[in-house]
Design a protein around this ligand. Structure first.
Ligand SMILES: O=C(O)C(=O)C[C@]1(C(=O)O)C=C[C@@H](O)C=C1
Length: 120
């Protein structure tokens, strides 16, 4: 019996796909591999770190102010000091940074709670 006979049921051709490899097409390639800096680059890289730290400080101060204002508003209305599910959302953002990311998120939340938090 031959599949090439004229009365055989035609088979549906397999549509070629480009994404049937083992690796998913949208696989996260992860962080780029780090290469060491040359000693000549270090002063410039440190300048960049200094600028980043200054910006982080400004943003953290702004975040703290906003968070404390929200807390004051909530507590003035007789609400809770802490909104647990909101804090879980905040901490989830830092998950990519691992255990230290969680600590960083916790520190931001503690700053925001300020004296309202009572555990400082
Ligand atoms: O989003 C709020 O409701 C806040 O009070 C801000 C904030 C925060 O710093 O992100 C602070 C305390 C709450 O427990 C939850 C979140």
């Amino acid at each position: 019996m031959s599949a090439a006979t004229s009365d055989s049921t035609p088979t549906t051709p397999t549509t070629p796909t480009t994404d049937d490899d083992d690796a998913p097409v949208d696989a996260d390639p992860g962080p780029p591999a780090l290469t060491p800096a040359s000693s000549e680059e270090i002063p410039e890289l440190r300048e960049e770190i200094d600028a980043i730290d200054a910006e982080l400080l400004r943003l953290i101060q702004r975040r703290t102010e906003i968070s404390q204002r929200i807390g004051l508003t909530r507590m003035a209305a007789g609400g809770p000091r802490i909104v647990y599910n909101r804090e879980m959302q905040v901490l989830a953002r830092f998950r990519d940074l691992g255990a230290e990311g969680r600590e960083l998120g916790m520190l931001l939340l503690r700053l925001g709670r300020g004296r309202l938090g009572g555990r400082r």
